[in-house]
Design a binder for this molecule. Structure first.
Ligand SMILES: [Zn+2]
Length: 327
């Protein structure tokens, strides 16, 4: 039996481990595990696949019309650093039994250095997709919520070849037109590269497009709904099987605290920030009322949960990563 006084005395006099033995035998790994998460929506098999983290840096510039003090206070109150905000990129894959559908593609590498504008942590979709046992050639449809870099730039590789050779691409005609029109290269600095990237990625699928409209079923069990504002043709997608629903909300809200607590705040990357705020408020109200399960592209991994009413806004209620839901 250990004598506590002896032990304390010994540890004061001697190093805990003798010299020469104290070095760690295992090196630091500096790697992250494959990021995919599998669950069911009714009879459908769903897999969230990460494209990696998207660091934004200081969060305040993303909310140019909001009080900097209020932004910082909300972040700190939720134990988040205001000077280094990070968004996730949660791409959903749904196997309906008849179709394999990918929702958004992440940043990819099609635009070379510009594909790394948010640093080296993005562009991980393909490796995580393969780690989840899914090959790009198996994807039947890519449903794009909108044509921004972090959602469609992995449709082609650097040489402009289709990454998903057998897929059709579902996107709204409004977004297709807007983001492939050189006439819209005005305003914020990012517009030029966003349009160049959308043109390169979408043109490779020109003869295999599905133009989605509000309320349209893309494949059986997947329905598009117009949610304009973030972009002119931003759409969300409801996945339904049996009596279960999951709504893939794309970029309806980018931050689980700031834009749920303050749905009316204007976000710098919105094409029409006021319309975006109206759409966000209307849809969040419906999701809270209907107790709808949602998947949010940029919320903390894996982005699945519910919104509940809290004051004038909402609170994010992440779903537990429940092993019993894994098939
Ligand atoms: Zn986005």
């Amino acid at each position: 039996m250990l004598n506590r006084r002896l032990l304390l005395g010994a540890s004061a006099a001697l190093p805990f481990l003798p010299p020469g033995v104290a070095e760690a035998r295992a090196p630091f790994r500096n790697t992250t595990p494959a990021a995919w998460y599998r669950f069911k929506v009714g009879d459908f098999e769903a897999t969230v696949v990460s494209d990696g983290r998207l660091p934004l840096g200081a969060i305040q510039p993303a909310f140019p019309t909001s009080s900097p003090d209020e932004v910082s206070a909300l972040m700190r109150d939720h134990f988040l650093p205001p000077d280094s905000a990070t968004l996730e990129q949660n791409a959903l894959v749904v196997n309906t039994g008849r179709h394999l559908v990918l929702f958004d593609t992440g940043m990819g590498e099609s635009m070379g250095e510009q594909s790394k504008m948010f640093g080296p942590t993005t562009g991980k979709l393909l490796q995580n997709l393969r780690a989840a046992g899914i090959e790009p050639g198996q994807i039947d449809v890519v449903c794009a919520t909108h044509a921004h870099c972090d959602h469609v730039w992995a449709l082609v590789n650097r040489r402009g070849q289709r990454v998903f050779p057998n897929a059709r691409v579902a996107i709204s005609e409004a977004d297709l037109r807007f983001w492939t029109d050189d006439g819209n290269k005005r305003g914020p600095e990012f517009m030029k590269v966003f349009i160049d990237g959308a043109k390169k990625n979408l043109s490779a699928y020109r003869d295999r497009m599905i133009m989605v409209r509000d309320g349209q079923e893309v494949v059986p069990g997947v329905t598009a709904f117009a949610a304009p504002g973030h972009t002119v043709g931003h759409h969300v997608y409801a996945v339904r099987s049996g009596n279960e629903t999951l709504v893939n909300t794309g970029d309806l809200a980018h931050h689980q605290v700031l834009l749920l607590r303050k749905p009316a705040w204007e976000f710098a990357f919105d094409t029409d920030p006021k319309q975006s705020a109206q759409t966000r408020s209307r849809m969040l109200d419906r999701f809270a009322t209907d107790r709808e399960r949602i998947l949010s592209y940029h919320f903390p991994w894996p982005g699945i949960g519910h919104v509940s009413r809290e004051g004038d806004g909402y609170e994010w209620m992440p779903s537990p990563m429940n092993l019993t839901s894994v098939s």
